[in-house]
Design a protein around this ligand. Sequence first.
Ligand SMILES: Cc1ncc(COP(=O)(O)O)c(C=O)c1O
Length: 474
Amino acid sequence: MAQEDAPDALTHPCLERALDLAREYIASRSARPVWPTTTLDELRGALGGPLAADPIDSTAVIEALARWAEPGLVTTTGPRYFGFVTGGALPATVAAEWLTAVWDQPAGLYVLSPAAAVVEEVAGAWLIALLGLPEGASVGFVTGCHMANFTALAAARHELLRRAGWDVEADGLQGAPLLRVIVGDEVHVSVVGALRMLGIGSRQVVRVAADDQGRIRPDALAAALDGGQVRGSPTIVCAQAGNVNTGAFDPIDAIADITTRYKAWLHVDGAFGLWAAASGALKHHVRGVQRADSCATDAHKWLNVPYDSGLVFVAHPAAHRAAMSLSAAYLVRSPDEPREPMDWTPEASRRARGFAVYAALRSLGRSGVEDLVDRCCRLARRFADRLREAPAIEILNDVVLNQVLVRVVPPNADADAATRETLRLVQEERVCWLGITRWHGNDAMRISVSNWSTTEEDIDRSAESIIRAARLQG
Ligand SMILES: Cc1ncc(COP(=O)(O)O)c(C=O)c1O
């Protein structure tokens, strides 16, 4: 095709078509079945086959992709998806993501995209103020809380070993002073995964007792720090704001008292719970978080930014930068010394995910974020109240946040089997979607209310679906 005949990439018909398809999908969010009806084989059959030898028209490709993929999509952006901890996608964030794709900025260095670099700087400062984190903390925009935990713990590893006279970036971990890590019994698996990537194996992590809601017991932590196991070693303590099952918070202030006494690094994994800090009614749950050395959270969970989007905050910027920063002759730093995004993340080339975070914060404002968090918690309590009305349903956790753990306990049937069967029927009905977990040796259904568009009616419809299925169990 001659150059002058090539359609302008930015007005290509496939973009128009994609916009129509996106509009149709958005409009169907609430009415679509939450879980697809298609099968693995059907999806493979529709999407698979050998790669075509020759090019296919882009509009036809997009048309077919939507036709074949849509039956296999889970309506995670819809108001009755309660699986995992999954936010929806606020309108401003979807629009910002569209622009981000069109602008296609690799957000590694200021020189690659001054706007992406400055948006991260601005949104980072807003987040520090909103979440009550230490002024001057450094911020990294990563894929999710797993990588946020990784980045924070890399900074911790750097700093503690530096204080012990060891340069881990240069000399690695072999022969380094022993670095000990203490976590609660209910630590999220991503913290353990992050530590594994940092050379600290899961069997090297010391676990301390948690209470019935999954909160670290400060006495157990103090005993572990005092005991021979870790005494004197540089130590990282990982606390949690928001247990993935119960939503419970470790007592961060009491933990900070202990870590201060032992000069340990305090990391807080607050994938969703950290957002309680934005609510006047809930921020007492994270009291003491400003004393943490590092925090990790997600924007794709409770801030309702599209996947993927995680955030890391480190109260010691020099340690954060030392753990992440790379230099090479061609990676040109700007003479004005702006914030260089790749100094704060494990990746160099990456999507400019700051734009969507910026759009979320700007469109909601402080009161909008607070309202979003409070509303989800109110709806979670309503969900629990509705379900409690059914005699064979038990709520296993204190509903302090947006998480509800549900167990079916019929008088004449096995409760684990009844819970699993209830869940199967609910998932089959497709009014709503929730997942399964184990809590204190029992099967339980997990509900997470994290979507900006969920209403009371969605909660009531979903509770009715669960109660209908539970009634069929013995
Ligand atoms: C407490 C906690 N930490 C970390 C993560 C990992 O987050 P992500 O999957 O966004 O990387 C989660 C995910 O649910 C979580 O609940």
